[in-house]
Design a protein around this ligand. Structure first.
Ligand code: ADP
Ligand code: MG
Ligand code: MG
Length: 526
């Protein structure tokens, strides 16, 4: 019996929950679509080679990036300055800002905030053929997904490297890291490959542990029930209707040591209440299965509510306000969600004023330069700006991507489409809701083989994006003025680790797995 990677991969994925709910186009009409089916998540059949120095740099920087975004979230005045320009031209940002303003007026009753972050990078090959470097694509502060499934992909690849017989089917990618295996496969014929200690496997992926430890830190920091009489405590995972990526979420929630409930965003107002008798506003969750038992929510983890399409009515905004007013720890708070705007990432690339230095007063010079070295050039599109000149000139725009203040993939405008797109906007004022970013140029020669959810196998040139996870719990402080934004601000938990490698066909611009552009991968370090 010979085992090709794709057959092994499919069975292993189903056995271990490396799965997603199938898209509706996959499901025969007569099957109940309410959640009885699962299929394999799209994966590569081989890990992708990745320079160890860049991998380590991403891990090294994560706690500093966590602190940076915690400190930004703590500085409401600085965020407001940035949001002012966006609010006039972006309804979604305006509505988020209004939620924050309303809660601020009545007084935030929870000073703790949790961030489960993911910093995304690509390798960049400068045109001058200098060394490869790590460049940040974006920093995510809301619904950073795929920690659960990416841990499984690393295990899947380790399994395939050990047991699959490529002579049966698919050749290893053309890379020195795979040469020993290629040689082994020629000899082994129908035998499983002998495990060879000199041959690399993907590094252990700690993503689940990092995210779970963050959630546990928040749950514990909430301390005790604020209800009268006291209620048992729980964590809420706030999820979308028809979520296909449920198994990624279950990989985080199912082994936590306290009660975790999944709540649909459409059920926030019907299944939770805020105790209005005292100013602590505990958020009480009533499980529909046993209305007699009630729980007090310590932490709300949002795997939803990041896209305008999720706010279908005024009620959706009331629901978001309801959560934000409560005493539960938000992951993220509205301010922290706004801190993750692409606009903030563009402003951070400025060196005068040096915002990064101001937000990270204790960081060493070398850490700051390493962090800055991950920034790609980014521009605003203000009148008469350098950014606008580039964006309106087709040949210069060709090396850039235009990004709105949105999450979840599929929102960007690329290259020569940029000037024409800008001309379709209602007015020049609307340019402000976008930022322009120089394209990152990943190595052109990378190859891999993708196994899609429908069983199709495709080999070819690929581009990969590496995400590093981070967890940070902090206490909001007062903003004391321009020189000291940190009075009372305190970081209680800060950890980085675990990774998400996503790989897509070389000619696809966008990169999201959930959005259908790329697939899950792991790394082989060299
Ligand atoms: P989102 O929050 O929607 O995921 P991203 O900034 O990550 O937005 O952009 C989506 C995708 O676009 C990325 O996954 C990546 O594939 C591609 N992309 C974004 N910025 C760049 C860039 N500067 N160079 C090359 N590709 C980019
Ligand atoms: Mg994003
Ligand atoms: Mg992204």
């Amino acid at each position: 019996m010979v085992w090709a990677q794709n057959a092994l991969s499919t069975d292993w994925s189903i056995q271990h929950g490396l799965t997603v709910r199938p898209s509706s186009s996959f499901i025969p009409g007569e099957v109940d679509k309410s959640g009885v089916l699962a299929t394999t998540a799209p994966v590569t059949l081989f890990p992708s080679p990745f320079p160890e120095s860049c991998f380590r740099q991403g891990h090294f920087l994560q706690t500093t990036y966590n602190e940076l975004y915690a400190a930004i979230s703590n500085d409401e005045v600085w965020i407001e300055e940035i949001m002012k320009g966006l609010i006039e031209v972006d309804d979604f940002i305006e509505n988020l800002w209004k939620v924050h303003q309303s809660v601020k007026e009545e007084g935030y009753v929870q000073q703790l905030s949790l961030g489960l972050f993911r910093s995304d990078y690509m390798l960049h090959v400068p045109s001058s053929h200098e060394l490869l470097s790590l460049r940040q694509v974006e920093f995510n502060t809301i619904s950073s997904s795929f920690g659960g499934l990416s841990v499984l992909v690393a295990s899947l690849h380790t399994h395939l490297l050990t047991f699959a017989d490529p002579s049966a089917h698919l050749a290893y990618p053309d890379h020195p890291l795979f040469e020993a295996r290629e040689a082994g496969s020629a000899k082994s014929n129908s035998q499983a490959l002998p495990s060879d200690a000199s041959v690399n496997v993907p590094p252990i992926n700690d993503a689940v542990q990092v995210l779970q430890t963050g959630l546990s830190a928040a749950h514990e920091a909430y301390a005790s029930s604020k209800s009268e009489p006291k209620l048992p405590l729980c964590v809420l995972f706030l999820v979308q209707d028809n979520e296909r990526n449920i198994f990624d979420q279950l990989a985080l929630s199912s082994t936590l040591k306290f009660p975790v409930f999944r709540l649909l965003t459409s059920q926030i107002l019907s299944h939770t209440s805020i105790d209005s008798d005292n100013h602590l506003r505990p958020l009480v969750y009533t499980p529909p299965s046993s209305p007699a038992t009630r729980f007090e929510v310590t932490t709300i983890y949002l795997r939803a509510l990041y896209a305008p399409s999720e706010y279908t009515s005024a009620e959706s905004w009331s629901a978001r306000l309801h959560l934000e007013r409560s005493a539960a720890i938000k992951c993220p708070s509205v301010l922290s969600q706004l801190a993750g705007c692409k606009k903030v990432q563009q402003v951070l690339t400025s060196t005068s004023p040096d915002h990064v230095r101001r937000f990270l007063p204790d960081a060493s010079q070398s850490t700051l330069s390493s962090l800055r070295s991950t920034f790609a050039p980014q521009y605003d599109l203000d009148p008469d700006s350098e950014g606008l000149a580039i964006a309106l000139d087709e040949s210069r725009a060709a090396n850039h991507v235009l990004k709105p203040q949105r999450e979840g993939g599929g929102n960007n405008i690329y290259r020569t489409a940029i000037p024409g797109f800008l001309k379709t906007l209602p007015s020049r004022e609307h340019y402000r809701s976008y930022i322009l970013m120089e394209l990152i140029h990943p190595p052109a020669e990378a190859k891999n083989t993708v196994l899609r959810s429908d069983g199709t196998v495709v080999s070819g040139n690929v581009i990969s994006e590496l995400g590093i996870f981070g967890a940070c719990l902090w206490r909001q402080g007062e903003r004391a003025g321009d020189d000291d934004t940190r009075s009372g601000f305190e970081i209680l938990h800060n950890e980085g680790g675990g990774y998400l490698m996503r790989t897509k066909g070389k000619d696809s611009d966008e990169g999201g797995v959930a959005a259908g552009f790329s697939c899950l991968d792991s790394v082989l370090l060299y």
